[in-house]
Design a protein around this ligand. Structure first.
Ligand SMILES: NC(=O)c1ccc[n+]([C@@H]2O[C@H](COP(=O)([O-])OP(=O)(O)OC[C@H]3O[C@@H](n4cnc5c(N)ncnc54)[C@H](OP(=O)(O)O)[C@@H]3O)[C@@H](O)[C@H]2O)c1
Length: 255
C-alpha cells in the first residue's frame, strides 16, 4: 500500500478512538493526508496527528461532531479551504452502552435517541456535508469513497444492546441506498468488524473476552489494524466494489 493514496485527503470521524486511530495510521501510511475528526477527544486527536508519518499535505485534527450538522458544514468548509479536496470519508464515530437484551426498561428513550442519532443519522449527515467534495472530479480519475464502520451485530443481532445492533443494520442498509444514489461519482462500502481488541475491550472482564474469542472460528478477536486493512483495501484495490458489506469477523457468524 506504500504511497498508493499519495495526494489524497481522508476525513475519519471518531478518528481518535481505538479503531479510528488504526484507520488514520493506515491511511497516512499509504500517503494520504488525514483529517482526524473528533468530538470530545481534541487532545488525543492532536497527539495522533503529531505522531502520523508526514505526507505531501499536512494532517489535521478537526472537530467533527456527527450529531451537529451545522458543525459538519463548518468541517466541510474547513476541509475545502485547507485541501481543496476530500477523497475518502470514513464514518467511524459510534456510540453504545451495555444493556442486556431482555432489559427493555434499561434501554431508555434517551439512550435509543443517542445511539440512533450518532450511529445512523451521524454517518448520513457526514456524507451529506462532504458530498460535494467527495463527488468532485479528480484530475487522476477515480471515485470518492465512503466507508461506514458497521458491526457484525448488524446481522447477528448480538451486541451491546438491541438498539446498537439495529443501528448497525440500518447503517448497512444505508450503505446500499447511498451506493446507488451517489454512483458513479462516489463508492460507498461498509466494513463490518466482529469484536475488536481495542483498549476498551481489553479492559472488560477477561473471561468474557476469552469466551468471545473462543466462539470465533479463527479463535481470536479482530485487531484494529485488520479493520484498518479492510478500509485501505477498499480505497486501493476494491475499485469496482460499491454497496457491499465487508466482514472482518474471523468467521464469527459461522459458529
Ligand atoms: N470495538 C469493537 O469491538 C467494535 C466492533 C464492531 C464495530 N465497532 C465500531 O467501530 C467504531 C469505532 O469503535 P471503537 O471501538 O474504536 O470505539 P471508541 O474507541 O469508543 O471510539 C468511538 C469514537 O466515536 C466518537 N464519537 C462518539 N460520539 C460521537 C459524536 N457524537 N460525534 C463524533 N464522534 C463521536 C468518539 O469521539 P470522541 O472520543 O472525540 O468523543 C470516539 O473517537 C464504532 O462505530 C463502533 O460501533 C467497534
Amino acid at each position: 500500500m506504500m504511497r498508493m493514496l499519495q495526494g489524497q485527503v481522508a476525513v475519519v470521524t471518531g478518528g481518535a478512538g481505538g479503531i479510528g486511530e488504526a484507520i488514520c495510521r493506515g491511511l497516512a501510511g499509504a500517503g494520504c493526508a488525514v483529517v482526524v475528526g473528533y468530538n470530545s477527544s481534541q487532545g488525543p486527536a492532536q497527539a495522533l496527528v503529531d505522531s502520523l508519518p508526514a505526507v505531501d499535505l499536512p494532517h489535521a485534527a478537526l472537530k467533527a461532531p456527527v450529531t451537529d450538522s451545522a458543525a459538519l458544514a463548518v468541517l466541510a468548509t474547513e476541509v475545502q479551504a485547507r485541501y481543496g479536496r476530500c477523497d475518502i470519508l470514513v464514518n467511524c464515530a459510534g456510540t453504545t452502552r451495555f444493556v442486556a437484551h431482555p432489559d427493555l426498561d434499561g434501554l431508555d428513550n434517551s439512550l435509543i435517541d443517542q445511539i440512533l442519532t450518532t450511529n445512523v443519522r451521524g454517518p448520513f449527515a457526514a456524507v451529506r456535508a462532504l458530498k460535494p467534495l467527495l463527488a468532485a472530479p479528480r484530475a487522476e480519475g477515480g471515485t470518492g469513497l465512503v466507508v461506514n464502520i458497521s458491526s457484525i451485530a448488524a446481522v447477528s443481532a448480538m451486541g451491546s444492546n438491541i438498539m446498537y445492533c439495529a443501528s448497525k443494520a440500518a447503517l448497512d442498509n444505508m450503505t446500499k441506498s447511498l451506493a446507488r444514489a451517489l454512483a458513479p461519482q462516489i463508492r460507498v462500502l461498509s466494513v463490518s468488524p466482529g469484536l475488536a481488541d481495542t483498549d476498551f475491550v481489553k479492559s472488560l472482564d477477561p473471561a468474557w473476552r476469552n469466551e468471545q474469542a473462543g466462539r470465533t472460528p479463527l479463535q481470536r478477536l479482530a485487531l484494529p489494524e485488520e479493520v484498518a486493512a479492510a478500509v485501505l483495501a477498499a480505497a486501493t484495490h476494491l475499485t469496482f466494489t460499491t454497496g457491499a458489506v465487508i466482514p472482518v469477523d474471523g468467521g464469527r457468524p459461522l459458529a
